[in-house]
Ligand binder design. Structure first.
Ligand code: IMP
Ligand code: MG
Length: 173
């Protein structure tokens, strides 16, 4: 990877601009509601931190860690809860935030889990959507960018646990 050429797909500026737009949209949609942002670790920590600062309605924020067996590039289809939601979310309007919806298996699993805990509503918000790889029927409610079927890193997304700190989204040519 290290000696291949880096190809920037989404710049820092494009991400910033899109998050401002999405934050405004979410703030409008959640007016008068009980918003609980559920951030999925580790991939969405940077996105969540930037997004919530663009949300102007009262917001609780919690984190959850899931894992799917197998290595980083392919989701195995079996999702496990590593750290569960730390709060009682009954009656809350939960917005599940993740870095990417790929096969959709992780997001579907978390949405079902949140619903089973008595949330009033559950929606999803992702930085990236890779619709070509979908295995379950799910479409993110809020999404910054749709991308083709390529493996990307940066802005929270990792390869071998590296590259999360890079402030833009890229792949290798
Ligand atoms: P899904 O369950 O297949 O939708 O997978 C979602 C998870 O797979 C994401 O939260 C990421 O951790 C990981 N993932 C999927 N595609 C990529 C990618 O292109 N780069 C880095 N991680 C990815
Ligand atoms: Mg992830």
């Amino acid at each position: 990877m290290e000696n291949k050429k880096e190809n920037i797909l989404i710049t820092k500026e494009q991400i910033e601009k899109r998050i401002v737009e999405l934050g405004a949209e979410i703030s409008r949609d959640y007016q008068g509601k009980k918003l609980y942002v559920l951030s999925l670790l580790r991939g969405s920590f940077i996105y969540t931190a930037d997004l919530v600062r663009q949300i102007s309605v009262p917001t609780k924020i919690g984190f959850m860690t899931t894992s799917s067996y197998g290595h980083d590039e392919v989701s195995s289809g079996v999702v496990k809860i590593v750290n569960d939601i730390p709060d009682d979310i009954e009656g809350y309007d939960v917005l599940v935030v993740d870095d990417i919806v790929d096969t959709g298996i992780t997001m579907k699993f978390v949405i079902d889990h949140v619903a089973s805990l008595g949330a009033k509503s559950v929606k999803s918000c992702v930085l990236l959507d890779k619709p070509e790889r979908r295995k379950v029927d799910i479409k993110p409610d809020y999404c910054c960018f749709e991308i083709p079927d390529i493996f990307v890193v940066g802005y929270g997304l990792n390869y071998g646990d590296y590259y999360r700190n890079i402030p833009y989204v890229f792949n290798w040519e």
